[in-house]
Design a protein around this ligand. Structure first.
Ligand SMILES: [Fe+2]
Length: 732
């Protein structure tokens, strides 16, 4: 196998979570349509190379295993809208629309295409430096074209295109908002004519916005997708002098913002459909700062932002359907894809299996943070950002699967990335091949979560798997019968519904073990229409993400986005600690605090000496405390009776305070010695429950040290045993 070649066979699953007894569809593409091999495996612990426990998996007998005929499947990125019509148009009509281009470049970008017996196409023009052009078409032949020189970038312009069929005349006009005023310009006009012999007929037109069709019209041409915002598209007749125009169609994007529909408020109700999730809830031409909510003032957020790199779903043909029996064991699984000769690296498609619907096998549920996996899916930033190595304090290590992102940009981006025009990516899902969701590669997220699975296996603890997707959909019902809920290493993104469910679980006496860092930090949303898509907005978050702080409302739900601490629900209130900082160069260990010997919490440290270094080992830079760390802080909402039982210290200078952790920027002679640390915290909750938090992503990376015989493993087991004891915790 040549590790310098990228995987030739890639794929994805229809969803991340099924119950035993259900069927899961897989979609696979093979380069040059070569044959490929499939192997179904159950994942036990990740492939971390020689520094830790061996890659552990079990092959599962299934008819899906074996060699299959290959098929190459394409991804067509780029968002656009179709209006199926047909729309009855008179001979003479006018199209008016508002346009805000964000990436004018050498490639023509289609703003609107109208096809009937005759065609009409409006493009952001590449033949002039900035401008737009209108073409009158018949089949693929251009009968006439007219261009205007001025269409400023990142400014709203009103375009008006009038067709006078009898005279064979098309007139175009642009009128740009003057920002700043010294660039104020007069409206521009242009016109052209075509031969009267070629009288045109646009009746029964079909319309496409932001993209041009391939000649078969079934698909769009991804090379001509528009980058920018559109608003308020209106078609009127051309009235006689003195009369007002009659509306034939008017698409108002402020309506039905949470859907894929664009609503025609005109007489024919020619509603359209959006494809590939362009951004909605976006500031429009009349935005004036009077509201920050697209729900309260939808007319101020009446724009749709299209991007040539939007991708909602690869939409491939089904390659395999995996039927699972009712007794299929709950756990983490993957399809392992490879070429027949295994000459290129394998590609994994992980998924999770819960017990048969309505059944419960264990009193312990392990919550897989699939919302976070989606937010991070195909994170380009790690591969392309100039600052990545500075923030990590070490070289970025990539493998050929990581580099697929560069080879195949159509795989799309994560919510950590920006679109080609620099605007933030708001929606990200996993119904496309995902390069950073696999049991090997960088030890982060899923790989670390598999370390916890490996620990369950080594300790012979049976757990039921549940994913964020299930928790979002089913709420508290999905976890209420479990005694203990254990999180993964980095449950950073949580929807309002997930946050509520976990809070109710704790309040009703459930016991929560938060075995990670930077958890419950950012609000996310899952689209009801696209349950595989996660939406992230970052108002109030660092400018690193190039966010627009005025576009913080989720378009998919109307709820507010941002950091939970900025929404009045700091993670400190839920788990006792809150995100402080990150560094990825070195990890350190915890030391017990004096409070750890009190009977209230001393059981956590059974078998561990008072001065013992806790976790001064591990696969993540040699320690259990690090990567992303959380601190206890009463002022930020840690419960009054919560107690810090151990803390880390001596983190490297790479662990600088995040902007969101700094109270002020007043000069300080030096930072308080212990200000940068991970805190291990315990507190009792209402109704006899309790919460235990480690506040560090690296914790799970230390569990497997010395064949799982170590003090990180021991503490985790002490807590789980006590949490499984029905004896109530008293909050007094
Ligand atoms: Fe994170």
């Amino acid at each position: 196998m040549n590790p310098f070649l990228s995987p030739s066979v890639i794929g994805y699953a229809k969803s991340r979570s099924i119950c035993a007894g259900e069927t899961l569809d897989f979609f696979i593409s093979s380069k040059n349509s070569l044959q490929y091999k499939v192997k179904l495996i159950r994942l036990i612990s990740p492939d971390i190379g020689p520094i830790g426990p061996a890659f552990k998996f079990r092959e599962i007998e299934n008819k899906i295993n074996g060699t299959h005929t290959g098929k190459h499947q394409k991804i067509l990125p780029g968002s656009f809208a179709t209006i199926p019509g047909p729309l009855p148009l008179p001979d003479d009509f006018t199209i008016t629309l508002l346009v805000f281009p964000t990436l004018i470049n050498q490639t023509p970008q289609t703003i609107l295409e109208m096809t009937a017996e005759s065609g009409l196409k409006i493009e952001v023009c590449n033949s002039l430096e900035i401008g737009f052009a209108t073409y009158i078409m018949r089949s693929d032949k251009v009968l006439a074209s007219v261009e205007l020189e001025v269409l400023p970038s990142r400014t709203w312009s009103e375009l008006k295109i009038s067709i006078n069929n009898a005279e064979g005349l098309v007139t175009i006009e642009s009128n740009s908002q003057s920002k700043p005023s010294h660039l104020s310009r007069e409206p521009r006009q242009g016109h052209c004519t075509w031969s009267a012999r070629a009288k045109n007929n646009w009746n029964n037109s079909r319309i496409k916005l932001a993209a041009r069709s391939f000649s078969d019209s079934e698909h769009h041409d991804p090379l001509s997708v528009f980058n920018g915002k559109l608003e308020k598209i209106r078609i009127t007749d051309r009235p006689l002098p003195g009369a007002s125009p009659t509306t034939i169609a008017e698409w108002d994007f402020s309506i039905a913002m949470s859907t894929d529909q664009i609503i025609d408020v005109g007489p024919y109700h020619a509603d359209g459909i959006l494809h590939n999730l362009p951004s909605r809830g976006i500031r429009g031409s009349t935005w004036n700062g009077s509201s920050l909510s697209s729900i309260l003032e939808p007319d101020k957020y009446a724009a749709i932002h299209f991007h040539d790199d939007d991708i909602a779903d690869a939409n491939w043909d089904i390659s395999h359907s995996l039927d699972t029996p009712n007794d299929f064991e709950t756990g983490c699984y993957a399809l392992r894809l490879s070429t027949v000769d295994e000459s290129t690296p394998e590609f994994y498609v992980p998924f999770f299996v819960r017990p048969l619907a309505g059944l419960q096998n264990s009193r312990v549920a392990y919550l897989i943070p699939t919302t976070t996996y989606s937010a991070y899916a195909n994170m380009n930033l790690r591969v392309t950002a100039q600052f990545n190595e500075l923030t990590h304090g070490r070289l970025t290590v990539l493998d050929s699967t990581d580099l697929l992102l560069l080879e195949a940009p159509e795989l799309g981006k994560s919510t950590y990335d920006v679109h080609n025009d620099g605007s933030p990516v708001l929606y990200s899902g996993m119904n496309r091949p995902v390069t950073n969701f696999r049991p090997n590669g960088r030890m982060y997220k899923f790989c670390l979560d598999l370390m916890i699975i490996g620990w369950f296996d080594a300790m012979e603890i049976g757990v039921d798997i549940i994913t964020d997707d299930d928790l979002h959909r089913e709420g508290i019902k999905s976890i209420e019968n479990y005694s203990v809920l254990i999180t993964g290493s980095h449950p950073e993104y949580t929807t309002h519904a997930q946050f509520d469910a976990i809070q109710s679980f704790i309040d009703s006496g459930g016991r929560l073990m938060y075995l990670g860092g930077n958890g419950f930090y950012t609000a996310a949303e899952i689209s009801p229409l696209h349950p595989d898509i996660v939406e992230v907005r970052r108002p109030g978050q660092d400018n690193l993400w190039r966010v627009d702080h005025t576009e913080g409302t989720f378009s998919t739900s109307g709820l507010p986005g941002g950091l939970w601490r900025n929404l009045g629900r700091p993670e400190n209130g839920l788990v006792g600690v809150g995100f402080l900082t990150q560094g990825f160069d070195e990890c350190t260990f915890y030391s017990r605090k004096p409070a750890s010997v009190t009977p209230r919490v001393s059981w956590i440290f059974d078998g561990i000496g008072i001065d013992e270094k806790i976790g001064d080992f591990g696969i993540l830079q040699g320690g259990a405390a690090g990567y992303e760390i959380d601190r206890h802080d009463f002022s930020k909402g840690s419960p009054e009776h919560s107690v810090v039982v151990a803390s880390s210290a001596d983190h490297s200078p790479v662990y600088d305070l995040m902007v969101s952790s700094i109270l002020d920027t007043l000069p300080q002679s030096e930072l308080a010695e212990d200000s940068i640390r991970a805190d291990m915290v315990f507190f009792e909750t209402k109704n006899g429950g309790a919460v235990f938090s480690v506040g560090s992503i690296a914790w799970s990376g230390s569990l497997g040290h010395n064949n799982y015989d170590n003090n990180v493993s021991k503490i985790t087991l002490n807590v789980l045993r006590r949490f499984l004891d029905n004896k109530k915790f008293l909050n007094d």
